[in-house]
Design a protein. Structure first.
Length: 708
C-alpha cells in the first residue's frame, strides 16, 4: 500500500508541476553566461597565491606596534592557503561587470573603485562569479592581515611592504586628497599592491553587532582595513597592517571604501566520483564563529517560508563537510533505513529525529568523540558561508543547479532520487549539499524542539525551499524518506580566559558569597521596594560572586543568546525578566541542582554592592576609582569582558559596577524587575538604574542569590 501511495502521489505532483502551462510552474531557465568582457580573461585576474601559515594577528606593543587602547590584543591565528587580488578592484573592472561607476574619484579607469558598501561589493562578487563561473569572494579579516603582513615571507614591516609609508602607500601625507591608479607604489613581500592606503578595503568580517538605540533595529558594524589616501584622518597610523576599525554598517557607502578579491584553492573535482565517506572517517570543516543577520531579508526576497530576520551570534564549531551517508550509517547502526539502497555514498534518508540522536549516541560510543546535531543557527551560518559569505540565495551560489539536487535535476518523473554527496559545487566554506539532496535535522537554539533545514531532492518550488533561510517544523517522530542529517562538533578546547579559576560553567559549583544581614538606608526611587529606606534590618543571604556567565547559561539552557561572544566567561546578556528568560533559566538550574536559586531583590543587590556590613562608603562597588572595579564606556572598548577581571568589592563580589546591568527581582508580580549596576556602555554608579527597555537588553544580564 505504501508503494501504491507514493506512485499516486508522485504522479499527482508530476501533473501539478509538469503538465499544462510550463511557463508558470516549469523549470527555470539556466542562466545565460554572457561573453566575457575584454577586461575579464578566461584565466581570471591577477591573483597572488598566499601560502597558509600561522601568525600573530593584532597590535603587539612588544613588537613595536603603536597600539591604541581598543586595538585587538595579539593572538596566534592560523590561515589556510588562498589567492588574493594583486591590486584593489579597479573602476575598469567594476564597469565591465556592473555597467556603472559609483566612484567619487574618477578620470582614470585604473583608479580603485570607491564609494561602495559591503553589500555593493558582495553584489559585484556574485555577478562576477556568474560571468566567470568561478568562486571569487572577499577575504576574511585574518586573511587580509596575513597577506598585508607578507604571509610566510613577512619581514615584519609596519606598513604593507615597508617601514617607510611613502614607499608603499597613498595616504593624506602624499595623495593630494584623492585616490591614485593601483599598483603605482611599491608592492609588499608577496607582490600585493596598495594594502596600505589608496582605498580602505572591505573584509567579510564584522567588528560587532549592535542596536540602533531608540528604534530597536539591528545593525552589524563591519571591519575595514588598510587606510586610504583621502581625508585628514587617514594618517600613517590608519595605514598600518594591524589597524582595524569600522566605517559603518554593511550598507554604508563612503568615498574611502573599496575592496580586493580573494579566491580559495580549487577543491578536487568530485563530480566524476563521489568522495569516500563510508566507515568512521568523517570529514569535518572548521567554522570560525561570528555574527550575522539571519533569516529572510529584503535582499533575499522576504521569502514567506523563511526564518524571520534577526541577530545571529555563533561561536566556533565544526560541521560535516557532507551529509551523513548510508555507508557511515550502516557502519555505526548495522541496519539500512534508507529508501534508496544502491550506493553507500548517497545521504542516509528515511530517518526520524530520534533515529538521528540514536545514531549520534552510538557513533560517539565507537569513536570516543562528541558529535552532535548542529544548532539551527549554526546550520544557517555555515550554509551562508560563515565569515566568507558572499550573500548567495542558496548555499554556495545564486543558481540552484550549481549547488543542489532538487526536483528539476534529480531525475525524471518517478525516478527522482538522492545523489551521492559532494557531487555538486561546495559553498564558500567547502561544505556540500546544504541546499538540496536531503533535508537535515537541526536543534533549535532554545532546545525546545527540532527544525529541518536545506530542502531535498523533491523540492520543486521557485524560488525553491533550498534557500538558506528556509526551514520546516516537523513534530512527528516518524521517519520520512526526504529526511537526513549532518554532524556537528564543538571545539575541544574552550577559548582562554583571564577570569579567576573559580569561575565555573558547572551548575553544581557556582561560586556564592555569604552576605551577613544588617541595617542600611536604601536610596529609594519610584518603583523600588522602599521598606529599607529608614534603616530597616535586612536578613542574611548568599549572592553570586560573579555575574551569570555564558558558559553557565549554555550548560543549563543549551544555547547562547548573547551578542558579545568568544569566551564562555563573558557575562550572558540579551536576557531579562520581561520575556521570562531568566525565570526559565533559574527553574532549570534548580531542577538540575536541587537548590533554590533566585534573583536578588533590589534591596539585597544594593546592600551587597555597597559592601554590606563591611562597607567603606565607596562611590562605586569596591572603589572610588571606577577603573579599578568596572568595565564602563571609558574603558570597555564597546563590549563586555570576562567576569572577575576587575577588583572585587569589600565582600569579594566582582562587577557589581559595570560589565552588564543586572536584573533584580520584581517588587510584586509585575513582568519586570529593575536593572542595576550600569554596564560597559555607561558611565555608571553602583546603584545606576536605567529601568527596562527592550532595545537595550543587549547590556542586561543578572546575578544569582539564594537564602541560607
Amino acid at each position: 500500500m505504501k508503494k501504491i501511495f507514493w506512485v499516486i502521489a508522485a504522479l499527482a505532483m508530476a501533473c501539478l508541476t509538469g503538465c499544462g502551462d510550463t511557463n508558470v510552474t516549469g523549470k527555470p531557465a539556466a542562466p545565460e553566461i554572457a561573453a566575457l568582457p575584454p577586461v575579464i580573461s578566461d584565466d581570471g585576474f591577477d591573483m597572488v597565491l598566499v601560502e597558509g601559515g600561522t601568525f600573530l594577528m593584532g597590535c603587539n606593543a612588544e613588537r613595536g606596534d603603536s597600539c591604541a587602547r581598543c586595538d585587538e590584543p595579539p593572538r596566534e591565528v592560523a590561515v589556510g592557503s588562498f589567492y588574493a587580488g594583486k591590486t584593489e578592484v579597479t573602476q575598469k573592472l567594476w564597469k565591465a561587470v556592473m555597467d556603472t561607476n559609483p566612484s567619487h574619484y574618477t578620470g582614470n579607469d585604473d583608479l580603485p573603485v570607491d564609494h561602495v558598501s559591503l553589500d555593493d561589493a558582495r553584489a559585484f562578487v556574485r555577478k562576477l562569479n556568474r560571468i566567470t563561473g568561478k568562486m571569487y569572494r572577499l577575504p576574511t579579516e585574518a586573511e587580509w592581515e596575513y597577506a598585508a603582513r607578507g604571509g610566510n615571507s613577512s619581514k615584519g614591516y609596519t606598513y604593507s611592504g615597508s617601514n617607510n609609508i611613502d614607499e608603499v602607500a597613498w595616504y593624506n601625507g602624499n595623495s593630494g586628497g584623492k585616490t591614485h591608479p593601483v599598483g603605482t607604489k611599491q608592492p609588499n613581500e608577496l607582490g600585493l599592491y596598495d594594502m596600505s592606503g589608496n582605498v580602505m578595503e572591505w573584509t567579510n568580517d564584522a567588528l560587532e553587532i549592535a542596536w540602533a538605540i531608540g528604534s530597536g533595529d539591528l545593525y552589524i558594524v563591519c571591519a575595514i582595513r588598510g587606510g586610504s589616501s583621502a581625508d585628514w584622518y587617514n594618517t600613517e597610523r590608519y595605514c598600518t597592517v594591524y589597524d582595524r576599525r569600522q566605517i559603518g554598517t554593511h550598507d554604508d557607502k563612503g568615498w574611502l571604501s573599496g575592496f580586493r578579491l580573494a579566491l580559495s584553492p580549487k577543491e578536487p573535482d568530485t563530480a566524476a566520483a563521489a568522495p569516500e565517506t563510508s566507515g568512521i572517517n568523517i570529514d569535518m570543516v572548521f567554522v570560525k564563529g561570528g555574527i550575522f543577520v539571519r533569516g529572510s531579508t529584503k535582499e533575499q526576497y522576504d521569502y514567506p517560508y523563511g526564518v524571520q530576520g534577526g541577530r545571529g551570534a555563533v561561536s566556533d564549531f565544526y560541521i560535516g563537510k557532507y551529509e551523513v551517508t548510508r555507508g557511515l550509517w550502516n557502519a555505526v547502526m548495522g541496519k539500512k533505513p534508507s529508501f534508496f539502497k544502491r550506493n553507500d555514498n548517497r545521504p542516509v534518508n528515511n530517518i526520524s529525529f530520534n533515529d538521528a540522536q540514536e545514531f549520534i549516541r552510538k557513533l560517539n560510543e565507537k569513536t570516543g568523540k562528541k558529535y552532535r546535531l548542529p544548532a539551527d543557527i549554526e546550520w544557517e551560518y555555515a550554509a551562508r558561508g560563515g565569515n566568507r559569505s558572499n550573500g548567495y540565495f542558496f548555499s554556495g551560489s545564486d543558481y540552484i543547479d550549481d549547488v543542489a539536487w532538487y526536483w528539476w535535476n534529480s531525475g525524471k518523473w518517478l525516478f527522482r532520487k538522492t545523489r551521492p554527496v559532494g557531487t555538486k559545487q561546495a559553498n564558500e566554506l567547502g561544505i556540500h549539499d546544504m541546499s538540496g539532496n536531503v533535508m537535515e535535522w537541526t536543534v533549535n537554539e532554545s532546545d525546545t524542539g527540532a527544525l529541518l533545514r536545506g530542502a531535498d531532492w523533491l523540492s520543486y518550488y521557485w524560488p525553491p525551499s533550498g534557500g538558506i533561510f528556509c526551514y520546516e517544523n516537523y513534530a512527528s517522530g516518524d521517519p520520512v524518506k526526504t529526511l537526513g542529517l549532518r554532524l556537528a562538533m564543538s571545539p575541544d578546547k574552550p577559548a582562554p580566559s583571564t577570569s579567576p579559576p573559580d569561575v565555573s560553567s558547572n551548575p553544581d559549583s557556582i561560586a556564592m558569597v555569604f552576605v551577613e544581614g544588617g541595617m542600611f538606608t536604601m536610596r529609594c526611587r519610584p518603583g523600588d521596594d522602599c521598606s529599607y529606606r529608614n534603616g530597616a534590618p535586612l536578613g542574611s543571604f548568599y549572592m553570586g560572586k560573579y555575574e551569570v556567565t555564558q558558559g553557565l547559561w549554555k550548560a543549563v539552557m543549551g544555547y547562547n543568546p548573547s551578542i558579545y561572544i568568544g569566551d564562555d566567561n563573558l557575562p550572558v546578556e540579551q536576557v531579562n525578566t520581561y520575556y521570562g528568560q531568566i525565570q526559565a533559566f533559574i527553574e532549570k538550574l534548580n531542577a538540575k541542582t536541587g537548590k533554590k536559586y533566585r534573583l536578588p531583590t533590589g534591596a539585597e543587590w544594593e546592600y551587597a554592592a555597597s559592601g554590606g556590613n563591611r562597607s567603606k562608603g565607596y562611590a562605586y562597588s569596591g572603589s572610588n576609582n571606577i577603573d579599578d572595579v568596572a568595565w564602563h564606556n571609558g574603558n570597555s572598548c564597546g563590549k563586555t569582558h570576562p567576569v572577575g577581571t576587575k577588583q572585587p568589592n569589600e565582600l569579594g563580589l566582582h562587577d557589581m559596577t559595570g560589565n552588564v546591568s543586572e536584573e533584580t527581582a520584581p517588587k510584586d508580580d509585575s513582568s519586570s524587575g529593575r536593572a542595576r549596576g550600569g554596564s560597559w556602555k555607561d558611565r555608571v554608579s553602583c546603584d545606576d538604574c536605567g529601568g527596562w527597555r527592550e532595545y537595550e537588553k543587549y547590556y542586561i544580564g543578572f546575578r544569582l542569590a539564594h537564602d541560607p
